[in-house]
Write a protein that binds this ligand. Structure first.
Ligand code: KG4
Ligand code: ZN
Length: 342
């Protein structure tokens, strides 16, 4: 069964064809990063206008890459949220139009569930086994989930303020590093000693909620108290120290969550899961605890449509084919499938 997935929740227009929920036949991502870079963040109105221009060529390129036409597709899947409303609407309306024109079944899926389920796309290792703990860490969300079974999900904790990716992006802006900041901080921190500055690790001991906005303030204060403009070397050390503080919180919360529920498998997903230091430290912690880490492959961490097509397969033809999910051209793009914080 081949599913065409469509993703337009933020600033990436993406389409992918996935076979049997696991094998990526074609995946195209058109990023608007360069368009939003001068503003230091995504401008919603500009994002939706660009989705409008790119959605048709991106979908046809994904079909071409997969070597198929619409006649070979068995179902359609589209991100219905969370995300920027104008951006989401472009993907959702396009998918509805395609469903109407082709008669193909259509399902609306959750973007964060998509990030987590990217761990099931074929890569060089076995997929995670339920129950597992998942850390979904992106520009908009930082949440820990207990994944009991397909479609059965409990939110364990989430950030009470900034998402980790947002914290990286804001910190990079303050440090004069380019947008998107997470990537820049990852790059300049490589090989640096993260111990030259000690930033606070907030809410590290209680529960599974997290907080990153105090860390951002601590960074700003640190720069204000310096009696000179930091050199490139100093910026790299400060970035590494900042990254370490974020990573410490994420690793500690995830390890505690896995321990509490005694799960064997742990998934890290979302844009920030591409961070090399997070991947290394999380792998180290999981090995220490005798657990198996499934870090989503770097290319599938940031927004893509393969994860949406893979998840769509589960709802259309797989384990969740009878589950209650927004379907067809009448579906409301803003319904929440589960009310536990997706
Ligand atoms: O999942 P994603 O592509 O979009 C959202 O759903 O938000 O995540 C984007 C976020 C941005 O904040 C970006 O700075 C961050 O992921 N990011 C990284 C890295 N690559 C992307 N953060 C840290 N290290 C990275 N290597
Ligand atoms: Zn995302």
């Amino acid at each position: 069964m081949k599913v065409l997935g469509i993703e337009s929740s933020c600033d990436e227009t993406a389409a992918a064809v996935v076979a049997d929920g696991r094998v990526i036949l074609g995946s195209v991502i058109w990023s608007q990063v360069a368009i939003h870079a001068p503003f230091g963040g995504v401008v919603p109105e500009i994002a939706s206008r660009n989705h409008l221009c790119s959605i048709v060529p991106v979908v046809s390129q994904a079909l071409d890459q997969a070597g198929v036409t619409l006649a070979d597709i068995d179902g359609l899947s589209v991100t219905i949220g969370p995300g920027l409303i104008g951006s989401l609407l472009v993907g959702v309306q396009f998918a509805k139009g395609l469903a109407l024109a082709t008669g193909l079944p259509l399902v609306g899926v959750n973007h964060l569930e998509g990030h987590v389920m990217a761990a099931f796309l074929v890569n060089d290792r076995e997929p995670p086994r339920y129950p597992f703990v998942a850390l979904a860490v992106s520009g908009g969300h930082t949440s820990l989930y207990l994944m009991h079974a397909p479609g059965r999900i409990t939110l364990m904790g989430r950030t009470r303020d900034d998402a980790a990716g947002e914290a990286f992006d804001k910190a990079a802006a303050v440090l004069g590093l380019p947008y998107p900041g997470g990537v820049a901080i990852d790059r300049v921190s490589a090989g640096r000693d993260p111990g030259t500055v000690r930033f606070p690790r907030s809410m590290i001991s209680d529960g599974f909620d997290m907080s990153f906005s105090g860390l951002k303030t601590a960074l700003r204060r640190h720069l204000e108290l310096m009696d000179h403009k930091p050199s490139a070397d100093e910026v790299a050390d400060i970035a590494a120290a900042f990254q370490e503080a974020v990573v410490d919180v994420l690793v500690s919360k995830t390890s505690n969550a896995a321990r509490l529920h005694g799960v064997q498998d742990v998934v890290i997903a979302g844009g920030v899961a591409a961070n090399r230091r997070l991947r290394a430290r999380m792998a180290e912690a999981m090995t220490r605890d005798g657990r198996t880490l499934h870090a989503v492959p770097i290319a599938l961490c940031t927004d893509n449509a393969a994860m949406i097509a893979g998840l769509g397969h589960t709802y259309l033809f797989g384990d969740l084919k009878d589950a209650d999910a927004p379907r067809g051209i009448d579906m409301d793009p803003f319904v929440r499938r589960v009310d536990d914080g997706w």
